[in-house]
Design a protein around this ligand. Structure first.
Ligand SMILES: Nc1nc2c(c(=O)[nH]1)N[C@H]1C(S)=C(S)[C@@H](COP(=O)(O)O)O[C@H]1N2
Ligand SMILES: [Mo]
Length: 347
């Protein structure tokens, strides 16, 4: 039976995927986390009315209909996608925002077109340095401002997808129907839903959702002085057993996941004694460039007692997942090993 999502706010809808559902390599559309700044369209827009406009620092401003998009070369990509604020409520020092635990992440197989194919058709001028995307939310954001985000031209011209399909179905309404941006390996905020306008710019887009949020800054600093949140940080966590689960002595199958944005995860280690000793976990399941890697570790739990379990990922450049996350005012990018530790009771 499918577990229920944990709803943090109803209006707008912000809900996280239950841990149990993160054990599957593909996260089903029905259970994929929801993150909305505003109310999403109440019903799907008719494709006759919808079009994507492309404008700005380009030779030929034009627009594309869905029919035209569907005739372009289709790409299928598995991508793990995480909200910048995922893990926020696990930080030791409280940070402002939705109380994500670990379920603000999921992995899906998307179908769509490369953004670069659209931009090449547009003919970029030499002044083209950033690309902004506008979403068609209803009254978006507490600030009542359109959800507009930009990406640097290098990301836009390489691994950015415009997706119209999610796990073999039309992109669900909640997730951006009919078309959304997917900056592969980058956090959710970089992936505008209900995409309607693309604007090529000579500088980053300036606006609320670029400058006031989705930046890492410290207390007493201006939000704009912080870095924009881009790539997903190296992280692993345990999905089985659950935190505070009571288990019988014997074989315990520890399951988890690990991901590193645009980088590859090389290894995952597990500790059964609060970080004193570590042993290698085994990868299980598919290995795709932008997708998480699931892993398992078989624990012969002989003794009764309380145990603190941890996992630690190491990326292909040899960087380990940090023991503690770098704190920032909005609590973005919590990838700390300790913050994600769980306790289990062997009875
Ligand atoms: N138009 C629009 N796009 C958006 C948002 C939004 O509020 N409006 N939220 C962003 C954020 S912060 C995240 S984490 C992802 C969430 O996508 P999902 O709801 O499909 O999981 O969408 C991003 N794109
Ligand atoms: Mo997000």
């Amino acid at each position: 039976m499918e577990k229920k999502m944990r709803v943090m706010t109803e209006k707008p809808l912000n809900a996280e995927t239950p841990v149990e559902s993160l054990r599957s390599w593909i996260t089903a559309n029905s259970i994929f986390f929801d993150r909305n700044q505003g109310m999403f369209p109440s019903e799907p827009i008719s494709l006759e009315k919808w079009k994507l406009s492309v404008d700005g620092e380009i030779e030929n401003p034009f627009h594309l209909t869905m029919d035209q998009i569907l005739k372009m070369t289709k790409v299928i990509v598995a991508n793990t996608f995480e909200c910048s604020g995922n893990g926020r409520s696990l930080l030791k020092e409280k940070a402002r925002g939705n109380t994500w635990t670990i379920g603000g992440v999921g992995n899906a197989v998307y179908g769509g077109i490369w953004l670069k194919d659209v931009l090449q058709q547009a003919g970029l001028k030499s002044s083209a340095k950033h690309v902004s995307f506008e979403g068609d939310d209803q009254s978006p954001g507490s600030a009542g401002i359109k959800f507009i985000r930009s990406l640097p031209i290098e990301k836009a011209m390489s691994t950015t997808l415009l997706a119209y399909e999610m796990n073999g179905e039309a992109l669900p309404l909640k997730h951006g129907y009919p078309l959304r941006v997917l900056a592969l390996g980058w956090t959710g905020a970089n992936c505008v839903k209900w995409l309607s306008k693309i604007n090529v710019l000579d500088r980053p887009y300036e606006g609320f959702f670029m400058d006031n949020v989705y930046r890492t800054y410290q207390k007493g600093e201006e939000s704009k002085s912080g870095e924009v949140v881009t790539e997903i940080t190296l992280k692993s966590f345990i999905t089985q057993p659950l935190n505070e689960e009571e288990l019988s002595a014997g074989t315990v199958v520890i399951l988890g996941t690990a991901y590193a944005g645009e980088t590859d995860v090389d290894r995952v280690e597990v500790s059964l004694d609060n970080g004193k000793n570590w042993a290698d976990a085994d990868f299980i399941g598919p290995h795709e460039k932008f997708a998480w890697r699931h892993w398992q570790y078989i624990w012969e739990a002989k003794e009764k007692g309380d145990f603190t379990l941890m996992s630690r990922a190491i990326d292909s450049d040899g960087n380990p997942q940090p023991m503690n996350a770098d704190w920032n005012v909005l609590g973005y990018g919590n990838n700390g090993v300790e913050e994600h530790a769980i306790t289990v009771h062997i009875r």
